[in-house]
Every structure is written in C-alpha cells, then in structure tokens.
Design a protein around this ligand. Structure first.
Ligand code: FAD
Length: 416
C-alpha cells in the first residue's frame, strides 16, 4: 500500500489529496488548524471567487509570476474541471462580471463542504490540529514530524502550506522553511494584491471615500507600468480598492524607487472638454466663490483637497479665475498625482508574491527536481495572479496535478 502525506488543508492540499487517492494508496491530509480551508472561507469577501471562465490564454495573461510554468497544470485540470467537480458534489456555480465564478449560494462554506465531501468519498484521512514541524527525506521515503512529537513515515509528500499572507488563517510560510531545508531555493517573498501607502497626507483626509469610474496610471521612473479604470478607495495610510490591489502587483515589477500613481477623476472628458465644462461652470457661477463651484464637479470630501492643490484661493470669485489657473485645475483633475512609498504588510495582502522557485519543480508533474517523491503545489510556489479567481485556479490546477502525478510516480517506482 502506497502512503502519501499532504501537508496543508487549503484548496491546493484538499484537491491534491482527492486526486492522489485511489485503491492501493493511503492518503493522509495534515492541517494545523481545527478545520480545513480557513483562508478559502474568507475568499471573495466570504463568497469565494472560485475561478474565472476565461480561455486558457487569458488565464495565462492574468498570472503575474511564471505563467509558462502553469501550462501543463491548466491542461491537466482547468477552470471547467473545478466547476464540474464542485457541481457534482453539491456546489452549483454561477458567473458574474468579468467571468468571475462564485457558488450560487454566495457562501464559500459550500465550496468547502463540496471539497470535504470529495475527501470523504475518497477516504482521505484528514488530521486536523496537526502542525507539521519538519520533513526529512530518507532512503525509504519521508519522515514527517507533527507537533507533539508524533512522527509519520510515508512514500511521498505533497507540500501545500500556502504563502504568508493573512497569517491568522494558518498560512505562516512554514513550507518555505521545509523546502529550504530540503535544498530548494526561494524567490524573495513580498506581499501582493495589497493596499499601497502614499506620501501625500491629504489621502488620509479622504479616508473612507470610494471613487468609481476613475482612471489610474502607475509610473515608475517616469515609465508607465500599469493602467486601469475602475474603483478605488482612500484609507488612513493611502489607497486601496480593486484597481489599487491589481496595481500593487505591478508595483513589485518597478525598476525605480520613484513610483507615482496618476488618477484621472474625469476619464470621460478630454482635457479640452473638461476645460469647456469648467468654462460653463464658471459662467453659471459667475459671482460665487471658487470653493462653492467645486461640489458640482467632485465628491464633497474632495473639494477642500482639490481646492488646495489647485492653488486657487478658495474665496476667489469664479469670474476672476484666470485661464492658467483653470488649465492647472484641469491638469489636477485629469492627473491627480500620488507618490507611492510602499505596500501594506502580509496581514492585508491577498497573496504572497515569491516562494519556492519553480525552476526546481517539474511543471509537468509538480515533483521537486531535487528530491524525488516531494511534490509541491499552490501558493507556496513562486506563482501569483491578478484578482478574478486566478489565484484559486493556480491552487486547483497545481494541487490536482501534484496529486495525480504523485500516484503515478509511486506506481512507477514500485513497478505497478
Ligand atoms: C482575504 C483573501 C481573499 C481572497 N479571495 C480570493 C478569491 O476570491 N479568489 C481567488 O482566486 N483567490 C483569492 N485569494 C487567494 C487564495 O485564497 C489563495 O491563493 C489560496 O488560498 C492559496 O491556496 P493554497 O492551498 O496554496 O494555500 P492556503 O489556502 O494558504 O492553505 C494552506 C494551508 O496549509 C496549512 N498549513 C500551513 N503550514 C502548515 C503546517 N506546518 N502544518 C500543517 N498545515 C499547515 C494552513 O493552515 C492552510 O490551511 C484570497 C486571499 C485572501 C487572503
């Protein structure tokens, strides 16, 4: 009887355990928490954006680090496969804006229930409250030490301990240490899909203000590195919201420390059209103070900030605003400049960028190229993607492939 130990009961580990299970194989899933999928439970604000309906090439474009590594894993198990598998186990799915797939119930718990059902069906031995402390490779396979002193022998190990983001969910980077001790190299880790900190203190004055239909351009050393349109939020430390989280992924690719975001508060209007609009506002508010004209153009919270940045005296009569002042106002509304000083930490990051180097893992099997019998899958690897369900797809695809190849590997070495 083959014996496989899967370490980490997140999406990658659960699927690896399911796909590794078959008649002649005992699969043990070790999870340090008192329940499976603690992080999965909070995904998609509790709704779980399971995957994305996009074609394979679009999925690949949304993978930020090492997309090519994902080629075989996506071939082995793709977005349609995870939807089908979940539906077969009682979790119906639906598609929303941007191809995002969610459970029909809008409850991530239904995804976890479906996965638990699969684990039961496959007779996977789930061991909760089992924190792995070390993995040692020996001639016969592996010895896995669990907190409390218990040591378990097995023929193969599948490592799916996740990254370091939201460490309260159990993902505390243990897998990096285990892989490092077994000789694997690590690509430096950074928090990603994470809010950004800014130099400008006025961002803090706008705390809580959410902007929709806003243009965002990110520049590093004067070079455009990211462009988007959508929703963002001002916070007590800087900026956040969907568009900013995606921008953070590109922030890590910057070549210079000088990083700026330019917000276009009036993306539907060209500079000249906005100037015309200001001329009309000025004509209609001829005798009013400048500060009293702005609310027709901006959310109330932004009025004092934009007034101050424009350099136009708040109580200047609209009719006295000079052409250059108006032009400067147009420039600010179309290019509101924010200097980025850094990102927030892992506590607020959706994912960890970096991890176990994929150069030392076979993309066709997920087996370590250094330690035969060690398979690695999910966020613990140097793989990450943009928001939209792509990160979970990485976990599903690599987890499934690791489990399947692990069985095949054991059958092969044992001559079955
Ligand atoms: C707030 C938030 C929202 C997100 N929303 C989405 C979304 O909607 N869609 C999407 O695609 N992605 C989303 N993500 C990202 C996604 O959750 C992760 O990419 C995914 O969970 C990674 O899966 P994994 O199985 O590799 O690792 P994890 O989910 O991190 O699971 C690893 C597991 O290993 C366990 N473990 C760790 N060390 C040990 C040890 N020593 N012994 C035993 N067990 C151990 C942990 O307790 C954990 O249960 C979100 C992330 C966050 C933080």
């Amino acid at each position: 009887m083959n014996k496989i130990i899967v370490i980490g009961g997140g999406p990658a580990g659960m699927l690896a355990a399911v796909s590794a299970s078959k008649e002649n194989t005992e699969v043990i899933l070790l999870e340090k928490n008192d329940r499976l999928g603690k992080k999965l439970f909070i995904t998609g604000k509790g709704r779980c954006n399971i995957t994305n309906s996009a074609d394979k090439d679009v999925i690949m474009k949304n993978i930020m680090s090492n997309p090519k590594f994902m080629f075989s894993a996506l071939d082995a198990f793709d977005n349609h496969d995870i939807c089908r598998l979940l539906e077969e186990h009682g979790c119906k799915v639906k598609e929303e804006r941007g191809g995002r797939i969610f459970p029909v119930s809008d409850h991530s718990s239904d995804v976890i229930k479906a996965l638990s059902k699969m684990l039961d069906e496959k007779k996977v031995k789930v061991r909760l409250n089992s924190e792995v402390k070390s993995i040692d490779a020996n001639e016969d396979g592996f010895e896995v030490a669990v907190k409390g002193g218990k040591k378990l022998d097995c023929d193969a190990v599948i490592l799916t301990t996740g990254g370091i983001s939201y460490p309260a969910t159990g993902s505390t980077g243990d897998g990096f240490g285990f892989a490092g001790k077994l000789g694997h190299s690590l690509k430096e880790c950074v928090p990603s899909l994470v809010p950004l900190e800014t130099k400008q203190l006025w961002c803090r004055d706008l705390q809580g203000l959410s902007l929709k239909n806003t243009g965002l351009k990110m520049y590093s050393g004067g070079k455009l590195i990211y462009e988007d349109f959508g929703e963002m939020l001002f916070t007590h430390f800087g900026i956040s919201g969907p568009m900013v989280l995606s921008a953070s992924s590109y922030y890590h690719k910057r070549k210079s420390d000088d990083c700026k975001v330019l917000l276009d508060l009036k993306p539907a209007l060209s500079d000249d059209e906005l100037d015309d609009r200001l001329l009309r506002e000025i004509a209609e508010n001829h005798e009013k103070h400048f500060i009293n004209m702005l609310p027709s153009l901006l959310p109330a919270k932004m009025v004092p900030v934009i007034a101050s940045l424009s350099g136009i005296e708040e109580h200047k009569k609209c009719c006295d605003i000079k052409k250059e002042e108006r032009r400067e106002l147009v420039r600010i509304l179309k290019n509101l400049e924010i200097d980025i000083t850094g990102t927030r930490g892992y506590d607020e990051a959706i994912i960890t960028k970096g991890g176990i180097s994929v150069k030392e893992v076979s993309p066709k099997t997920m087996m370590s190229k250094l330690i035969p019998g060690l398979f690695i899958a999910g966020e613990v690897l140097d793989l990450d993607a943009l928001t939209g369900g792509f990160n979970l797809q990485i976990a599903w695809s690599t987890g499934f492939l690791a489990g399947k190849s692990c069985c095949e590997y054991l059958d092969e070495i044992k001559g079955e």
